[in-house]
Design a protein around this ligand. Structure first.
Ligand code: MG
Ligand code: MG
Length: 261
C-alpha cells in the first residue's frame, strides 16, 4: 500500500529531514582519524534529541544505535562501536534517521577521513552524482525503472557496480514503506510515480564487483571483494514536473567547504 502525502504532510517530512541534514553536518565537523564510530553515534543521538526529535533508527527492528556507520568495504547498516576507530584514508557512510511530528527523515552521506585515494574520491563523487540522476526521474508520470536505470547507467558507464540486495524505499509515517526503489532497472518499466509519493533514493555503489556478504552481527553488509562502497541518500517528494528534495547536503557542505567532494 502506497501512502500519498498531502502538502502539509510533505512539509512535516521536510522538518524531519532537515534535522537529519543538520545531524549529518555535526558528523562532518568531527569526522577525523582517531575518532570512533561510537563517538559519532553519541553526538548524533544527543543532537537529534536536542532538536526534540527521536533517532529513527534506534530500536528499529532491534537496531542497537542511532545511526549506521559503514566504513570502507562496509556497504550499509554498520553498527557504531568503540572498537571501530577511523583512520586516515578511510571513508565512512553515515546513515541517519530522525522522527518528529509523526514522520521519519532519512538521509545518508559518505565522508572522507583525512586523505583518501583519488580513485575512491571518484567513487564517492559518481555515487553522489548518480543520486541526483535518480532524483531527476522522481516526477509524476516517470516509472521506477526510469529512476533505477538513470542511477545504474550513470555508475556502470564509469566502471562502478550497483548493489542489488539493498535498495531505496517509500518513507513517511513509517521509516520503510512501499514502494521499493531499486538503483537499477529498465527504462519504461515498473510502477508509475505519482505526485505525493515520498521516497528515499539511496544508491549503494561499489568500486569492485556488486556482490555482498552479510556479517555475523546480523546487520552489517560488506562487499565480497572487500573493495570500498559508497552510499548517498536523499528523501524526496514526487511532484509534477520536478522532484522536491526534502533532505539536504547543504549543511554538510558548508562545514566541509573546499574539501566537499
Ligand atoms: Mg537511510
Ligand atoms: Mg533509507
Amino acid at each position: 500500500m502506497i501512502f500519498l502525502k498531502s502538502d502539509e504532510e510533505i512539509e512535516l517530512l521536510r522538518i524531519s529531514n532537515i534535522i537529519v541534514a543538520k545531524t549529518l553536518a555535526e558528523m562532518a565537523k568531527i569526522i577525523a582519524p582517531g575518532v570512533s564510530t561510537e563517538q559519532l553515534n553519541k553526538v548524533a543521538h544527543e543532537f537529534i534529541r536536542d532538536q526534540g526529535a527521536v533517532p529513527g533508527f534506534l530500536g528499529y527492528s532491534g537496531f542497537p544505535k542511532s545511526i549506521c556507520t559503514s566504513v570502507n568495504e562496509q556497504v550499509v547498516h554498520g553498527i557504531p562501536s568503540d572498537k571501530v576507530i577511523l583512520e586516515d584514508g578511510d571513508i565512512v557512510s553515515v546513515d541517519c534517521g530522525a522522527y518528529i511530528n509523526g514522520f521519519h527523515g532519512d538521509s545518508a552521506y559518505t565522508f572522507c577521513v583525512g586523505n583518501v585515494k583519488p580513485e575512491i574520491i571518484d567513487l564517492l563523487r559518481v555515487t553522489k552524482e548518480s543520486l541526483y540522476k535518480g532524483i531527476e526521474q522522481a516526477q509524476e508520470g516517470k516509472r521506477l525503472g526510469d529512476l533505477g536505470n538513470a542511477v545504474q547507467n550513470y555508475c556502470e558507464k564509469r566502471g562502478f557496480s550497483v548493489v542489488r540486495e539493498m535498495i531505496g524505499h517509500g518513507v513517511g509515517r513509517n521509516l520503510h514503506e512501499a514502494p521499493e526503489v531499486p538503483n537499477y532497472g529498465r527504462r519504461g518499466n515498473g510502477m508509475m510515480l505519482k505526485a505525493g509519493m515520498t521516497i528515499a533514493i539511496e544508491p549503494m555503489i561499489n568500486l569492485g564487483s556488486r556482490n555482498l556478504v552479510f556479517e555475523k552481527d546480523g546487520w552489517t553488509t560488506r562487499t565480497l571483494d572487500r573493495k570500498p562502497s559508497a552510499h548517498f541518500e536523499h528523501s524526496v517528494a514526487v511532484r509534477r514536473g520536478k522532484a522536491d528534495i526534502l533532505s539536504s547536503f547543504e549543511y554538510i557542505e558548508q562545514v566541509l567547504g573546499n574539501n566537499a567532494i
